[in-house]
Design a binder for this molecule. Sequence first.
Ligand code: ATP
Ligand code: MG
Length: 401
Amino acid sequence: MQEPFLQAIPILKKIESYGYEAYFVGGSIRDLLLNRTISDVDIATSATPEEIKKIFDRTVDVGIEHGTVLVLHKDKRYEVTTFRAESQYKDYRHPDKVEFIRSLQMDLERRDFTMNAIAMDQFGNLKDPFDGKTDINRKIIRTVGAAESRFHEDALRMMRAVRFVSQLEFSIDKDTRNALFQHANLLHFIAVERITNEFIKLLKGTAKTAAISILLESALVNFMPNPYDTKYSLTKCIHYQIDILSEDQMWLIILYFQNGDPAEYLKKWRLPNQKVKYLTTCLRSLKVRENREWSELTLYPLKLQMAIDIEMVYRTLQKQSVDNVDDEISNKYERLVIKSREELQVGGNDLIGWFNRPAGPWIKEALNIIEEAVLLKKIKNSKDAIKGWILNKCNHQQEQN
Ligand code: ATP
Ligand code: MG
């Protein structure tokens, strides 16, 4: 068994010592069977949230109504969720009522895909009633039970299927795929945030082209944020080598191909403001980069990662190799004499002293001129050199006037 599970075994043992059942479930078992890095180890149990809270001293209520309690163990936190059946779906989204049950089998039945419906006990034995392991070996995404009704219960599962295509490089089983194509319109019942969440995971995956093609062919894209622009952008994107791009680089290439206001576009996805700002700045610089090579002056206002993201997208759009982008841009960036205004060896007070003039807007202008001269290596970044240069420059100007 792998480390993340070994660390959590004491939790299973403790729950069992009180007479309840407890298993590892969900994505971590799937990732274990796939030899992928295991993220969160989730636990399913026959004990109710109240019972779990009595067993453990350190717990946090995170979603009691869904049956989930966080158990803190050593320096880690584990989601412990009571076996549940989700009855009465209304509006094709979150179940109306969560019913706690004592049966693992029924808990596995309510899960989305066979690969996600496998449990493992503390000894490493698998409970795999829907033969998820076979589907994992064959790299197939298949709903537990009839796809059509599972997508009617919760339409987000269609987005999840497509993001797993990208994340795991799997394909979608025929019946599941048919149902997805037939019922794509149900996605309009789903909240934007949940769609965006899955889309971001798609963008982080490695089979983005395959997944995006399914979004387009199935018409799921018509029920995602900004359907018109998104469809256009994604149709364009898949003609480039996008599979190796990062999430931010993907947003940037999507933005590049959409026509309206970029900030407005991203806000409709409910992306955080900080991300919107980052990406719109990148987009502006990408358009500058299209017209000229990097120079000290275009590189300097950016963070290194920004410049890398921009260059990656630029070369992707040019159908050029992106192999050395990281090194090339980092080297260029390292060669900048200063990386920020703070590194300049003079400040406003120096200028006030040298010119014997009160503070005013002239200081900012003068610092801009100095900054540019230092970046372009016209003067050394030292107090003496800058002082000599700027005083000399002003004398010249006065003579000319
Ligand atoms: P990831 O590795 O990206 O976290 P995951 O499979 O763990 O993938 P989660 O969203 O963390 O995905 O969900 C944990 C588990 O809960 C899933 O493996 C699945 O068993 C179940 N699950 C999640 N969302 C749904 C859903 N919409 N319908 C049914 N079961 C779901
Ligand atoms: Mg998970």
